[in-house]
Design a protein around this ligand. Structure first.
Ligand code: GDP
Ligand code: IMO
Ligand code: MG
Length: 432
């Protein structure tokens, strides 16, 4: 049963790219199943840092095939730029190594314009989207008027379809949002040029994955975003428009239930969020600056896709337990433990309090977290640098205790701990 799944347990940016890169050394195929170029996954290999938005992080390993599944939404200009960027960095990309589902939907400039116009119209109720057209593209998919990759195969029909799509979007843009109309011909021409390059990459990726799984090959499903940004199970409406959780893998890749083996939750050692929405353990002031960093380190908490400063806070054990339940996690990888080094004390939220009553599990999902007050447990921190730790015994006792507590609260083992962005900066926690 060789399908392993990597998901974020928080609001994204947990270090999924880094963990997928780590696990990809053994994988035959790495497949993205949700989201689009709203994602920003960072992989550091020696002196090279790759910031990937669409192409699966596993592609850096020369033996791995990358798949963009049917659940993904694709903005061709980003995909083409990313292919160039990888080639310029000696990562081979060709239609044998990168396969794109015929059923994946396209994001167009019209979707991007609508995303921005809709955000502006929300006024103070803004979601803080990445402006990448994600919501409008998935809206068109659900409304059964989206454009799929397979339509690129017929050049004339595709060109005509793009013109019709932009003309229709222009009506919404101008009449409802009083935004500027886009040029249908220019966009149709640009997309038809992109189609001539991307055509060769298009295939039935569900069939490809089925054959690989039947052969016993290892497929790694790479989630984008995180559990709390899930359209159904996240902090609705402050969510993305796809299903980043593990159950989203099946429809997002077109694979059946029987193959799933490990479901690996990536958890940052503290909590971050970019964009609007509830965040019970959020901190401000000096502690926030300390957790976020100043931007001097490449891993400081500023968005990979938008550059926005991320909101920061203490690890939320209630939401972590929720992520374990929604995803059926079998294990955790804790990332960025090194960032907590030097803090005199570390807090972890173990329950929420409302009207004098404490809850260790959410009574009614995470959509309305505003009435809750977090209940914290304080643990002593550790001094010194842990980025050189490679074994459990290299970690200070206080760090070991923190990891053990995460495991107790979540109810699943912590199997690996990342102590820096580099490939080798990882501690095998032997499932603490
Ligand atoms: P993703 O969206 O979940 O893939 O995460 P991002 O790539 O957006 O953000 C994670 C950031 O933290 C990246 O800059 C990574 O290189 C970096 N990173 C990952 N793991 C660690 C770690 O253990 N320690 C440190 N210091 N940085 C890390
Ligand atoms: P990775 O894969 C963090 C957030 C946006 C916004 C909300 C909706 O790097 O973890 P959207 O553009 O998707 O309609 O925006 O979701 N968001 C992310 N936050 N990491 C991401 O991806 C995100 N992708 C979307 O900030 O709050
Ligand atoms: Mg990211």
């Amino acid at each position: 049963m060789p399908l392993d799944i990597v998901v974020g347990t928080q609001w994204g940016d947990e270090g999924k790219g880094r963990v997928v890169d780590l696990l990809s050394s053994r994988a035959d195929i790495v497949a993205r199943y949700n989201g689009g170029d709203n994602a920003g996954h960072t992989v550091t290999v020696g002196k090279q840092t790759f910031k990937l938005h669409l192409i699966p992080s596993g592609i850096i390993h020369p033996r791995t095939t990358g798949v963009l599944g049917n659940g993904v939404v694709i903005y061709p200009p980003t995909l083409l730029t990313e292919i160039d960027m990888l080639r310029n960095n000696q990562v081979e990309i060709n239609p044998q190594r990168l396969r794109i589902s015929h059923a994946a939907h396209l994001i167009t400039p019209a979707h991007r314009a609508l995303d921005r116009a809709q955000e502006a119209a929300r006024g103070r109720e803004q979601i803080g989207t990445t402006g990448r057209g994600i919501g409008p593209a998935y809206t068109d998919k659900a409304a059964r008027r989206g454009i799929r990759m397979e339509e690129m195969l017929d050049e004339t029909a595709f060109h005509r379809r793009m013109i019709e799509h932009v003309e229709e979007a222009n009506q919404f843009l101008t009449a409802i949002y009083h935004a500027e109309a886009l040029d249908p011909l220019q966009i149709a021409d640009e997309y038809t040029r992109a189609a001539s390059v991307l055509r060769e990459y298009i295939t039935d990726t569900s069939a490809l994955l089925w054959e690989a799984l039947q052969r016993g090959q290892l497929v790694l499903a790479e989630g984008a975003q995180g559990t709390l940004l899930d359209l159904d199970h996240g902090t609705y409406p402050f969510v993305t428009s796809s299903s980043p959780t593990a159950p989203g893998v099946l429809p997002g890749l077109g694979v059946g239930f029987g193959y799933v083996n490990r479901v690996i939750g990536v958890t940052k050692a503290f909590q971050t969020r970019v964009g609007a929405g509830p965040f019970p353990t959020e901190v401000f002031g000096e502690t926030a600056t300390r957790l976020r960093g100043t931007g001097a380190n490449p891993w400081d908490e500023f968005g990979t896709t938008t550059g926005r400063p991320r909101r920061v806070g203490w690890l939320d054990g209630v939401l972590l337990r929720y992520a374990v339940r929604i995803n059926g996690l079998t294990e955790l990888v804790v990332t960025k433990l090194d960032v907590l080094s030097g803090l005199p004390e570390i807090r972890i939220c173990t329950a929420y309090r409302i009207n004098g009553q404490e809850y260790t599990d959410l009574p009614l999902g995470p959509a309305d977290l505003s009435p809750f007050e977090p209940v914290y447990e304080e643990m002593p921190g550790w001094g010194g640098d842990i980025s050189g730790a490679r074994t459990w015994n290299d970690l200070p006792e206080e760090a070991q205790n923190y990891l053990t507590r995460i495991s107790q609260i979540s109810g699943v083992p912590v199997c690996q701990v990342s102590v820096g962005p580099e490939r080798e900066q990882v501690v095998d926690a032997q499932c603490a």
